[in-house]
Design a protein around this ligand. Structure first.
Ligand SMILES: [Zn+2]
Length: 58
């Protein structure tokens, strides 16, 4: 089965979504959706997502 490396958890996963040619696995995608702004993990997600924004503006 083909897998992609998730940019959030850096794990190879078969299921997930592609955003601007970057892959986010189902687990991270659902976790991001549920992550509150006040959650301690939020800055971590923003940091990882910056990789995508950087590519978009490149
Ligand atoms: Zn992931």
């Amino acid at each position: 089965m083909k897998t992609y490396t998730c940019i959030i958890c850096d794990q190879p996963k078969p299921d997930g979504i592609m955003i601007c040619s970057e892959f986010i696995c189902d687990a991270c995608e659902s976790e991001m959706v549920q992550t509150d702004v006040l959650d301690a993990k939020y800055p971590f997600f923003i940091h990882r997502m910056n990789k995508i924004w950087y590519k978009m503006n490149a």
